[in-house]
Write a protein that binds this ligand. Structure first.
Ligand code: ADP
Length: 305
Protein backbone atom coordinates (compact mmCIF):
# COMPACT_ATOMS: atom_id res chain seq x y z
CA UNK A 1 0.00 0.00 0.00
CA UNK A 2 1.34 3.45 -0.90
CA UNK A 3 2.52 5.44 2.08
CA UNK A 4 2.65 9.21 2.19
CA UNK A 5 5.36 11.61 3.31
CA UNK A 6 3.48 14.89 3.70
CA UNK A 7 5.52 18.05 4.20
CA UNK A 8 3.70 21.21 5.33
CA UNK A 9 4.92 24.80 5.07
CA UNK A 10 5.81 27.62 2.73
CA UNK A 11 7.47 27.47 -0.66
CA UNK A 12 8.62 30.84 -2.01
CA UNK A 13 9.85 32.34 -5.23
CA UNK A 14 13.63 32.59 -5.14
CA UNK A 15 15.31 35.35 -7.14
CA UNK A 16 19.04 34.70 -7.40
CA UNK A 17 21.66 36.74 -9.27
CA UNK A 18 22.79 35.14 -12.51
CA UNK A 19 24.96 38.09 -13.53
CA UNK A 20 25.30 41.79 -12.63
CA UNK A 21 21.93 42.71 -14.09
CA UNK A 22 20.08 39.42 -14.43
CA UNK A 23 18.10 37.40 -11.89
CA UNK A 24 17.05 33.76 -12.13
CA UNK A 25 13.68 32.73 -10.75
CA UNK A 26 13.37 29.50 -8.81
CA UNK A 27 11.29 28.09 -5.96
CA UNK A 28 12.44 27.05 -2.49
CA UNK A 29 11.61 27.03 1.22
CA UNK A 30 12.78 24.70 4.01
CA UNK A 31 9.83 22.26 4.09
CA UNK A 32 9.59 22.27 0.30
CA UNK A 33 13.35 21.60 0.00
CA UNK A 34 12.90 18.64 2.35
CA UNK A 35 10.09 17.26 0.16
CA UNK A 36 12.22 17.87 -2.96
CA UNK A 37 15.23 15.96 -1.60
CA UNK A 38 12.92 13.24 -0.25
CA UNK A 39 11.55 12.83 -3.77
CA UNK A 40 15.08 12.69 -5.24
CA UNK A 41 15.93 9.98 -2.67
CA UNK A 42 13.23 7.55 -3.82
CA UNK A 43 14.30 4.32 -5.55
CA UNK A 44 12.29 2.39 -8.11
CA UNK A 45 9.91 0.21 -6.16
CA UNK A 46 9.63 2.54 -3.17
CA UNK A 47 5.91 2.89 -2.72
CA UNK A 48 6.13 6.32 -1.14
CA UNK A 49 4.12 9.33 -2.27
CA UNK A 50 5.77 12.68 -1.49
CA UNK A 51 3.15 15.41 -0.99
CA UNK A 52 3.38 19.11 -0.16
CA UNK A 53 0.66 20.99 1.68
CA UNK A 54 0.56 24.78 1.57
CA UNK A 55 -1.54 27.67 0.25
CA UNK A 56 -0.94 29.78 -2.86
CA UNK A 57 -2.68 32.66 -4.61
CA UNK A 58 -4.55 32.70 -7.89
CA UNK A 59 -1.94 34.61 -9.92
CA UNK A 60 0.62 33.48 -12.48
CA UNK A 61 3.54 32.97 -10.02
CA UNK A 62 1.28 30.79 -7.86
CA UNK A 63 0.35 28.69 -10.89
CA UNK A 64 4.00 28.41 -11.92
CA UNK A 65 4.88 27.27 -8.41
CA UNK A 66 2.16 24.64 -8.51
CA UNK A 67 3.48 23.36 -11.84
CA UNK A 68 7.02 23.34 -10.49
CA UNK A 69 5.99 21.24 -7.48
CA UNK A 70 4.07 18.79 -9.69
CA UNK A 71 6.89 18.60 -12.27
CA UNK A 72 9.30 17.73 -9.44
CA UNK A 73 7.24 14.60 -8.81
CA UNK A 74 5.70 15.97 -5.62
CA UNK A 75 1.93 15.90 -5.15
CA UNK A 76 0.74 19.47 -4.53
CA UNK A 77 -2.02 19.85 -1.92
CA UNK A 78 -2.47 23.58 -2.20
CA UNK A 79 -5.34 25.73 -1.04
CA UNK A 80 -5.91 28.58 -3.51
CA UNK A 81 -6.59 32.01 -1.95
CA UNK A 82 -8.26 34.52 -4.26
CA UNK A 83 -6.37 37.79 -4.66
CA UNK A 84 -3.29 36.57 -2.79
CA UNK A 85 0.17 35.55 -3.98
CA UNK A 86 3.19 33.57 -2.88
CA UNK A 87 6.14 34.82 -0.78
CA UNK A 88 9.39 35.87 -2.39
CA UNK A 89 13.05 36.20 -1.44
CA UNK A 90 15.97 37.82 -3.17
CA UNK A 91 19.58 36.72 -2.86
CA UNK A 92 22.08 39.57 -3.14
CA UNK A 93 25.79 39.15 -3.66
CA UNK A 94 28.16 41.64 -2.08
CA UNK A 95 31.85 40.86 -2.60
CA UNK A 96 30.98 37.16 -2.79
CA UNK A 97 28.88 37.27 0.43
CA UNK A 98 25.24 36.24 0.04
CA UNK A 99 22.46 38.06 1.86
CA UNK A 100 18.73 37.37 1.80
CA UNK A 101 15.78 39.80 1.67
CA UNK A 102 12.25 38.46 2.17
CA UNK A 103 8.78 39.56 1.10
CA UNK A 104 6.54 37.04 2.77
CA UNK A 105 4.43 38.94 5.33
CA UNK A 106 1.24 38.63 3.32
CA UNK A 107 1.95 35.40 1.47
CA UNK A 108 -0.93 32.97 0.93
CA UNK A 109 1.02 30.29 2.82
CA UNK A 110 0.26 32.11 6.08
CA UNK A 111 -3.31 30.95 5.66
CA UNK A 112 -2.48 27.30 5.01
CA UNK A 113 -4.11 26.18 8.25
CA UNK A 114 -7.19 28.47 8.07
CA UNK A 115 -9.48 25.63 7.07
CA UNK A 116 -7.35 22.71 8.13
CA UNK A 117 -9.57 20.22 9.91
CA UNK A 118 -7.79 17.02 9.07
CA UNK A 119 -4.44 16.19 7.47
CA UNK A 120 -4.54 14.24 4.18
CA UNK A 121 -2.78 11.19 5.64
CA UNK A 122 -4.24 7.84 6.61
CA UNK A 123 -2.43 6.21 9.52
CA UNK A 124 0.38 3.79 10.34
CA UNK A 125 3.22 4.13 7.83
CA UNK A 126 2.44 7.72 6.83
CA UNK A 127 4.65 10.57 7.99
CA UNK A 128 4.01 14.30 8.37
CA UNK A 129 6.89 16.78 8.40
CA UNK A 130 6.72 20.35 9.72
CA UNK A 131 9.34 22.89 10.75
CA UNK A 132 9.64 25.85 13.07
CA UNK A 133 9.18 28.05 10.00
CA UNK A 134 5.80 26.39 9.35
CA UNK A 135 4.81 27.46 12.86
CA UNK A 136 6.35 30.92 12.58
CA UNK A 137 4.35 31.97 9.51
CA UNK A 138 0.99 30.91 10.97
CA UNK A 139 -1.27 33.10 13.09
CA UNK A 140 -1.94 31.70 16.57
CA UNK A 141 -5.32 30.28 15.50
CA UNK A 142 -3.66 28.52 12.55
CA UNK A 143 -1.04 26.99 14.82
CA UNK A 144 -3.78 25.69 17.12
CA UNK A 145 -5.56 24.11 14.17
CA UNK A 146 -2.34 22.54 12.95
CA UNK A 147 -1.57 21.12 16.42
CA UNK A 148 -5.06 19.64 16.66
CA UNK A 149 -4.73 18.07 13.20
CA UNK A 150 -1.31 16.64 14.11
CA UNK A 151 -2.67 15.20 17.37
CA UNK A 152 -5.51 13.60 15.50
CA UNK A 153 -3.18 12.15 12.85
CA UNK A 154 -0.94 10.71 15.56
CA UNK A 155 -3.89 9.05 17.24
CA UNK A 156 -4.40 7.25 13.92
CA UNK A 157 -0.79 6.05 13.93
CA UNK A 158 0.82 8.71 11.70
CA UNK A 159 4.44 9.62 12.56
CA UNK A 160 5.21 13.32 13.06
CA UNK A 161 8.68 14.69 12.27
CA UNK A 162 9.71 18.20 13.27
CA UNK A 163 12.76 20.34 12.49
CA UNK A 164 12.70 23.35 14.86
CA UNK A 165 14.61 25.49 12.30
CA UNK A 166 14.75 28.48 14.66
CA UNK A 167 14.28 31.82 12.90
CA UNK A 168 13.72 34.54 15.54
CA UNK A 169 13.12 37.20 12.88
CA UNK A 170 9.89 35.46 11.89
CA UNK A 171 8.50 35.63 15.45
CA UNK A 172 7.15 38.64 17.29
CA UNK A 173 9.23 37.67 20.33
CA UNK A 174 11.71 34.95 21.15
CA UNK A 175 9.79 33.73 24.22
CA UNK A 176 6.86 32.99 21.95
CA UNK A 177 9.20 31.20 19.53
CA UNK A 178 10.65 29.04 22.30
CA UNK A 179 7.19 28.27 23.71
CA UNK A 180 5.68 27.27 20.36
CA UNK A 181 8.73 25.24 19.35
CA UNK A 182 8.52 23.19 22.54
CA UNK A 183 4.76 22.80 22.14
CA UNK A 184 5.24 21.36 18.63
CA UNK A 185 8.11 19.19 19.90
CA UNK A 186 5.73 17.64 22.42
CA UNK A 187 3.66 16.38 19.47
CA UNK A 188 6.55 14.93 17.48
CA UNK A 189 7.96 11.42 17.20
CA UNK A 190 11.13 12.45 15.33
CA UNK A 191 13.00 15.68 16.13
CA UNK A 192 15.65 17.04 13.80
CA UNK A 193 17.28 20.07 15.49
CA UNK A 194 20.57 21.73 14.49
CA UNK A 195 22.71 22.23 17.57
CA UNK A 196 24.16 25.63 16.62
CA UNK A 197 20.71 27.26 16.40
CA UNK A 198 19.57 25.56 19.59
CA UNK A 199 22.67 26.70 21.48
CA UNK A 200 22.03 30.27 20.38
CA UNK A 201 18.35 30.42 21.28
CA UNK A 202 17.93 27.86 24.06
CA UNK A 203 21.43 28.12 25.59
CA UNK A 204 22.21 24.39 25.16
CA UNK A 205 25.83 23.78 26.18
CA UNK A 206 26.33 20.81 23.87
CA UNK A 207 24.35 18.50 21.55
CA UNK A 208 23.50 16.27 24.55
CA UNK A 209 21.71 19.18 26.18
CA UNK A 210 19.73 19.80 22.97
CA UNK A 211 18.72 16.14 22.82
CA UNK A 212 17.82 15.93 26.51
CA UNK A 213 15.59 19.00 26.32
CA UNK A 214 13.67 17.65 23.33
CA UNK A 215 13.41 14.11 24.70
CA UNK A 216 11.97 15.53 27.91
CA UNK A 217 9.36 17.47 25.91
CA UNK A 218 8.23 14.56 23.73
CA UNK A 219 5.12 12.73 24.75
CA UNK A 220 5.80 9.86 22.29
CA UNK A 221 7.27 6.85 24.13
CA UNK A 222 9.47 5.89 21.14
CA UNK A 223 10.62 9.43 20.33
CA UNK A 224 13.87 9.91 18.43
CA UNK A 225 16.04 13.03 18.46
CA UNK A 226 18.62 13.52 15.72
CA UNK A 227 20.94 16.43 16.49
CA UNK A 228 22.70 17.86 13.44
CA UNK A 229 25.82 19.88 14.08
CA UNK A 230 27.24 21.23 10.80
CA UNK A 231 30.44 19.26 10.06
CA UNK A 232 30.33 17.62 13.53
CA UNK A 233 28.90 14.11 13.97
CA UNK A 234 25.15 13.62 13.85
CA UNK A 235 24.00 12.42 17.28
CA UNK A 236 21.04 10.11 17.41
CA UNK A 237 19.09 9.52 20.62
CA UNK A 238 16.47 6.79 20.69
CA UNK A 239 15.30 3.94 22.88
CA UNK A 240 17.25 5.11 25.93
CA UNK A 241 20.61 5.09 24.13
CA UNK A 242 22.53 7.29 21.75
CA UNK A 243 25.17 6.98 19.05
CA UNK A 244 27.13 9.17 16.66
CA UNK A 245 27.24 9.07 12.89
CA UNK A 246 30.19 10.94 11.35
CA UNK A 247 29.39 13.45 8.62
CA UNK A 248 30.91 13.14 5.16
CA UNK A 249 33.79 15.49 4.43
CA UNK A 250 32.87 17.84 1.64
CA UNK A 251 35.83 18.58 -0.68
CA UNK A 252 34.50 22.07 -1.21
CA UNK A 253 31.87 24.02 0.77
CA UNK A 254 30.21 26.42 -1.66
CA UNK A 255 26.87 27.21 0.02
CA UNK A 256 25.34 25.52 3.07
CA UNK A 257 21.76 26.49 2.10
CA UNK A 258 19.48 23.44 2.46
CA UNK A 259 22.14 21.26 4.16
CA UNK A 260 19.70 20.43 6.93
CA UNK A 261 16.73 20.17 4.56
CA UNK A 262 18.46 17.66 2.29
CA UNK A 263 19.58 15.70 5.36
CA UNK A 264 15.97 15.60 6.59
CA UNK A 265 14.56 14.50 3.21
CA UNK A 266 16.95 11.60 2.75
CA UNK A 267 16.81 10.56 6.41
CA UNK A 268 13.01 10.42 6.55
CA UNK A 269 12.75 8.44 3.30
CA UNK A 270 15.32 6.01 4.72
CA UNK A 271 13.23 5.49 7.85
CA UNK A 272 10.05 5.03 5.82
CA UNK A 273 11.86 2.48 3.68
CA UNK A 274 12.83 0.57 6.83
CA UNK A 275 16.56 1.29 6.78
CA UNK A 276 18.40 1.06 10.10
CA UNK A 277 18.56 4.54 11.63
CA UNK A 278 22.38 4.82 11.37
CA UNK A 279 22.30 3.79 7.71
CA UNK A 280 19.63 6.40 6.93
CA UNK A 281 21.71 9.04 8.75
CA UNK A 282 24.89 8.07 6.88
CA UNK A 283 23.12 8.38 3.51
CA UNK A 284 21.61 11.69 4.64
CA UNK A 285 25.11 13.01 5.48
CA UNK A 286 26.33 11.92 2.05
CA UNK A 287 23.54 13.83 0.35
CA UNK A 288 24.03 16.95 2.50
CA UNK A 289 27.77 16.92 1.70
CA UNK A 290 26.93 17.01 -2.02
CA UNK A 291 24.36 19.78 -1.53
CA UNK A 292 26.81 22.11 0.24
CA UNK A 293 29.27 21.69 -2.62
CA UNK A 294 26.98 23.56 -4.99
CA UNK A 295 25.24 26.91 -4.98
CA UNK A 296 21.49 27.11 -4.31
CA UNK A 297 18.83 25.33 -2.27
CA UNK A 298 17.81 22.72 -4.84
CA UNK A 299 20.86 21.33 -6.58
CA UNK A 300 21.36 18.45 -8.97
CA UNK A 301 22.74 15.50 -7.03
CA UNK A 302 23.92 12.17 -8.33
CA UNK A 303 23.43 8.74 -7.00
CA UNK A 304 20.91 9.61 -4.29
CA UNK A 305 18.99 6.67 -2.86
P1 ADP B 1 21.14 23.36 9.09
O1 ADP B 1 21.33 23.49 7.60
O2 ADP B 1 19.76 22.96 9.45
O3 ADP B 1 21.70 24.50 9.88
P2 ADP B 1 23.50 21.84 9.82
O4 ADP B 1 24.38 23.00 9.49
O5 ADP B 1 23.65 21.32 11.20
O6 ADP B 1 21.97 22.07 9.53
O7 ADP B 1 23.86 20.71 8.77
C1 ADP B 1 23.00 19.66 8.44
C2 ADP B 1 23.82 18.52 7.90
O8 ADP B 1 24.53 18.94 6.72
C3 ADP B 1 24.90 18.03 8.85
O9 ADP B 1 24.40 17.06 9.74
C4 ADP B 1 25.90 17.43 7.89
O10 ADP B 1 25.49 16.14 7.47
C5 ADP B 1 25.82 18.37 6.69
N1 ADP B 1 26.82 19.44 6.80
C6 ADP B 1 26.63 20.73 7.14
N2 ADP B 1 27.80 21.43 7.11
C7 ADP B 1 28.76 20.54 6.74
C8 ADP B 1 30.18 20.62 6.49
N3 ADP B 1 30.86 21.76 6.62
N4 ADP B 1 30.82 19.49 6.08
C9 ADP B 1 30.15 18.33 5.92
N5 ADP B 1 28.82 18.18 6.13
C10 ADP B 1 28.13 19.26 6.54
Amino acid sequence: MTRTLLSIGECMIELAPRSEDCLTMGFAGDTFNTAWYARRSLRPGDDIDIAYLSAVGDDTPSMRMTDFIRDAGIRPILRVRQGRSVGLYLISLNNGERSFSYWRDSSAARSLADDLEELPVKGQGDLVFISGITLAILPQAGRKRLYAALENARRNGVTVAFDPNLRPRLWSDTDEMRREIMRAASLADILLPSHEDEATHFGDRDPHATARRYLAACSAPGAMVVVKDGPGPVRIYAGGTHWDVPTVKSPHVEDTTAAGDSFNGRFLVGLMRGEPVAEAARAACQLAAQVIGKRGALVAVDGVS
